[in-house]
Write a protein that binds this ligand. Sequence first.
Ligand SMILES: Nc1ncnc2c1ncn2[C@@H]1O[C@H](COP(=O)(O)OP(=O)(O)O)[C@@H](O)[C@H]1O
Ligand SMILES: [Mg+2]
Length: 335
Amino acid sequence: MAAPILQVKDLKTQFFTDDGVVKAVNGVSFDLYPGETLGIVGESGCGKSVTALSILRLVQEPGRIVNGQILFKGDDLLELSNEEMRELRGKDIAMIFQDPLSSLNPVLKVGFQVEEAMFAHDRVNKKNALSRAIELLKQVRIPAASSRVKDYPHQFSGGMRQRVMIAMGLANKPSILIADEPTTALDVTVQAQILELLRDLNRDTRTAIIMITHNMGVVAGLCQRVIVMYAGQIVEEGPVHQIFHNPQHPYTWSLLRSIPRLDSDRHDRLLSIEGLPPDLISPPRGCKFNPRCQFRIDRCLREDPPLLDVGPDQRAACWVTMDRALKHKEPAVGG
Ligand SMILES: Nc1ncnc2c1ncn2[C@@H]1O[C@H](COP(=O)(O)OP(=O)(O)O)[C@@H](O)[C@H]1O
Ligand SMILES: [Mg+2]
């Protein structure tokens, strides 16, 4: 396998608030390979967005990255100057957000904004810029792209605006696209279309995608590998087909059980997991999931489980699973 394009190592990002220190990301490590589609899944407040913002060094005050390395093609982004980091954003690593309206300027034509996204790093002449902008809008399958470049954001539907954001994200052919809940605000049909688009773009351009979502269904629709986050930590990771068929962490099981059904409006309410993720200023001792876990044993209340191998390329942080996994391995070790 090729070398990872991105390596996040023991990332810790904290917010220094009046109420205390919020440990939003607490020792996250993972690799992303060129052209890969990686999902980061977990309920709201688990540290997914802060992980993404940390990678791009966009964490705002009172937040700070307090530990770790973020290696992009081997270089630590945390050691770049602000200028170098600005150069890299959009060009090498692009990011799109849940709400395209807040990222688009309402008084500027869409085509102009796509051109601006290109100009930020690339000095093409104006005529080329327009045709390239149209080409990009065609690439994200916006119908009648050559006339729609003259429209304003409010003239586009939510799904079409998200396509514009994807076009802007891809304007400089980045090697990584980070998409933070890009389909959450869209209805299910449009959501499926955007996922299909991202799948096709990943296949055609080989841009690696980090898809951040609270919905395991979105992971199934796009990703090859998935990281499950809970309370600022990774609790399970592995190939998507394996995680779906053989999840090892009780939190992963809960997420899989709560996949929103396509035929219901009330999905999130009906099938949500009992209880809430912990407050990250003073999380519970031991495993952070223990107050909500129906399988917990005494050890879970005392010690935080490490992330360990539980299968081929699959790791989980759970004492109950670990116990079983170790027993399972014993004969092999002995023989
Ligand atoms: N600006 C901030 N100030 C204080 N706490 C924050 C700030 N931004 C995020 N957090 C906290 O960091 C944790 C992780 O948040 P986030 O990464 O946005 O979660 P997710 O994207 O998984 O929903 C949450 O507990 C959240 O309250
Ligand atoms: Mg978020």
